[in-house]
Design a protein around this ligand. Structure first.
Ligand SMILES: Cc1cc2nc3c(=O)[nH]c(=O)nc-3n(C[C@H](O)[C@H](O)[C@H](O)COP(=O)(O)O)c2cc1C
Length: 462
């Protein structure tokens, strides 16, 4: 008997500050006005996507003492945006990235439980540990948490938040509340948590929300990060969107679940992915090349190289050969607030590899960055893109994709109009929402399901 086809999960990533947006395109809109968020969310919902996704960046990033021009487009607060979007959408999940390093569990649990109520059970929390001391300065006097303590805090942060979500004991309490005159049940909202990172007790003042707990995402890529996800997350936002890398990551993470008593389908793998559509594959390939050239100007290419070389390369011609000097290996990095953590472990080796690659292909600095950087994941006619996405998911490179268009907010519309119907025709993507909550869309059990129905079946109707 052949395996039944997996259903694809799709989400839309509103890009925030990034290197993806083609700002020179007249269709590129504001990244801060509500109309952009609303357009994007409505398109995702029209296409029956699982959720909208927001990443988090908490400080304007710098390089060589200057602010990245991309960052000045602004990045408004996640909860404010998601709460506003809850009001203009009906079914779409709302996923916010909130770090566990600079916040407090009570505050974050309250925000997500509130969002879950206001949206009728559509909230999700991407728990990240976040980058560096530079960002930490925004929050603590000269202080931040050392890298090696961040996952220990993240684990306890999430466990504490779960204690808060669970502090309303479920149906009995809600029934009491409905008759509610006076302190019917002394347990309501009561919590005590004493641990290494948090020593808190009191009463949580948001009743059990429709999903019980928000859906939990995780994004860090280290061994520790993957273990954290295997133990506690419902989904991973990953960077591995190619077939081979995706399969390797998928196998690695899913194989970690058993030791936590979990089944493979309890953790979804959802990489970020980009796409370029054309009427034909050739047209799309041509357009993809143009988009890459617009994404990587000469100045952007030099900045990208400086990030690896960790030195000022402004004297180099982006249309010329790669620097023959080696990267500077030092604690101090030319870039602040960017994702250097573990990305470029051995810059000298990378520089050597890139020089060889550039020489073999006769590439300039800019050509190299265009060709080795974030090339678009899916390029082709709608039929090709739909087929490829489905092949990737059925081949266990992922359980779906979090799509980042290169134009905001309109870049998702062609995908919604041209690719989604083909996936629906193939029977691998929903024709309409079947449930009301994000857990329903993702096929995740409600935390109370076992208690309500005696089995981890689907969510009981509320
Ligand atoms: C795909 C991906 C997306 C991430 N997105 C964010 C983000 O939006 N905001 C943030 O502060 N950190 C983000 N992180 C950083 C993680 O929180 C973490 O600090 C970093 O990856 C270091 O942890 P690791 O060594 O486990 O990868 C992201 C990491 C990955 C791999």
């Amino acid at each position: 008997m052949s395996k039944p086809l997996k259903q694809i999960h799709l989400a839309a990533h509103f890009p925030g500050v990034n290197n993806t947006t083609v700002w020179s395109d007249p269709a590129a809109g504001s990244h801060i006005e509500f109309s952009s968020f609303a357009h994007f969310a409505r398109t995702a919902e029209r296409a029956k996507f699982d959720f909208l996704f927001l990443a988090e960046g908490l400080r304007l990033r710098e390089q060589g003492g200057k602010i990245y021009d991309l960052d000045v487009v602004g990045r408004p607060d996640t909860f404010t945006v998601l709460a506003a979007l809850a009001a203009v959408t009906d079914r779409l999940g709302l996923t916010g990235t909130i770090n566990s390093t600079f916040n407090e569990p009570y505050e974050v649990a309250r925000q997500f439980a509130s969002l879950d109520h206001l949206s009728g059970g559509r909230s999700a929390w991407n728990v990240v540990t976040s980058w560096d001391a530079f960002t930490g300065e925004n929050f603590r006097r000269g202080g931040f948490l050392p890298q090696e303590e961040r996952y220990s805090r993240a684990k306890e942060f999430l466990a504490t938040a779960h204690e808060l979500f669970d502090s309303w004991h479920g149906d009995e309490i809600l029934a009491d509340q409905a008759t509610g005159t006076f302190l019917r049940d002394a347990r309501a909202g009561a919590f005590v948590h004493k641990g290494q990172h948090f020593d808190i007790q009191g009463r949580f003042n948001v009743p059990r929300s429709p999903q019980g707990r928000p859906v939990i995402f995780q994004a860090g890529d280290s061994d520790e990060g993957r273990e954290f996800a295997a133990a506690d997350a419902d989904a991973i936002f990953s960077r591995y969107a190619t077939l081979k890398e995706g399969q390797a990551f998928y196998t690695d993470v899913k194989s970690r679940l058993a030791k936590y008593g979990r089944r493979p389908e309890e953790l979804l793998i959802l990489p970020a992915a980009t796409f370029v559509l054309g009427d034909t594959d050739e047209e799309a390939a041509e357009l993809a090349r143009e988009v890459r050239r617009q994404q990587v100007s000469g100045a952007t290419a030099i900045k990208h190289l400086e990030f690896v070389w960790n030195r000022d390369l402004s004297a180099y011609d982006p249309e010329g050969p790669l620097p023959d000097v080696d990267p500077v290996v030092a604690e101090e990095h030319i870039s602040r607030g960017r994702a250097q953590v573990r990305m470029y472990r051995d810059p000298v080796a990378i520089a050597r590899e890139w020089r060889e690659l550039a020489e073999a292909n006769k590439w300039s600095i800019r050509d190299l960055v265009i060709n080795t950087g974030n090339r678009q994941t899916f390029i082709g006619s709608p039929a090709t893109v739909a087929r490829t996405i489905n092949e990737f998911v059925q081949a266990d490179a992922s359980d779906g994709f979090i799509l980042v268009p290169h134009i905001t907010p309109g870049g998702l519309d062609p995908f919604a109009d041209q690719v989604v119907p083909l996936l629906q025709e193939q029977g691998v993507f929903r024709a309409d929402y079947e449930g009301t909550t994000l857990r329903d869309h993702l096929g995740l059990a409600h935390p109370d399901a076992a208690r309500r129905t005696g089995a981890p079946a689907e969510r009981a109707a509320s």
